[in-house]
Design a protein around this ligand. Structure first.
Ligand code: BLA
Length: 234
């Protein structure tokens, strides 16, 4: 389901100078005990970024996942890229969340970095999910323009690939904002907020139960703490 998006994401990263980084073998590819589910992860070294990770899980028509998070260098205070796509084939349920995850909730910061996302959201009215977030605090590391779809995936009116490509284009455009003197946060503050992002997400991640059921508790704990949100130890 998400192979095409994964390929497009990879090409986009490569086009922006991304180089593949080796992933620890215990996280690179892991099969469920029943061998019918696999989770693969990728790491990229991308100019301007401290860490860019991508995870693809394939549990057949039970579940398909594509998840990606990109952390800019501490010298950039722009938002973290967040993509979370889940397709529960049997149920026909699609969850698609894409956001420029803001480090702070501040008007100046929003004006500086969110014009592109704001404009993009106008084109995708189905992403105006009126469902409030249950698990996450929508005011913490989510923007007011988060693209959030949760519902019937069979009657979804867009090509999700197009949405992701559009979204990536807008995110890359942030690199054009490089008047460093006007940025809001110091490197030290960015560092602290990115560490806090990992702490918060390692605590709250709704994928924990899912990973546990497919791959066992130990692997699930380790994957969350050492691959998805490694700064939760800092
Ligand atoms: C929801 N994300 C979910 C759910 C799961 C995951 C299982 C609950 C879906 C449901 O049953 O309705 C899965 N999260 C994952 C997976 C990984 C993960 C597989 O981190 C890692 C490989 N989540 C993110 C990112 C964003 C995000 C980067 O990881 C931001 C763009 C958002 N996921 C997000 C939101 C929800 C969600 C907003 C809905 C939960 C809510 O209502 O609070």
């Amino acid at each position: 389901m998400f192979n095409q998006i994964l390929e497009e994401l990879n090409s986009s990263i490569v086009a922006h100078g991304g180089l593949k980084v080796e992933v620890e073998s215990r996280f690179k590819e892991y099969y469920s005990t029943k061998k019918d589910t696999v989770i693969r992860s990728f790491l990229w070294d991308v100019p301007g970024f401290r860490r860019w990770r991508v995870t693809r899980m394939d549990a057949g028509d039970k579940l398909q996942v594509l998840n990606s998070v990109a952390y800019p260098n501490y010298s950039n205070d722009y938002p973290i890229l967040g993509i979370d796509l889940l397709w529960f084939g049997k149920k026909g349920k699609l969850v698609a969340v894409l956001d420029f995850q803001p480090l702070i909730q501040n008007d100046y910061y929003f004006k500086r970095y969110f014009e592109g996302l704001k404009a993009l959201k106008e084109n995708y009215p189905e992403f105006y999910s009126n469902k409030p977030m249950n698990l996450y605090d929508s005011k913490k590391y989510f923007s007011p323009w988060v693209l959030f779809y949760i519902g019937d995936g069979n009657n979804f009116n867009y090509s999700l690939t197009e949405v992701v490509l559009d979204f990536l284009d807008k995110y890359w455009s942030l690199q054009l904002i490089n008047d460093q003197n006007n940025r809001k946060l110091s490197s030290l503050e960015v560092n602290k907020l990115q560490v806090d992002y990992d702490h918060y997400n390692a605590e709250i991640d709704p994928a924990h139960g899912l990973f546990k059921s497919y791959f066992g508790k130990q692997w699930a704990d380790d994957f969350i703490q050492y691959f998805l949100f490694p700064q939760c130890h800092n």
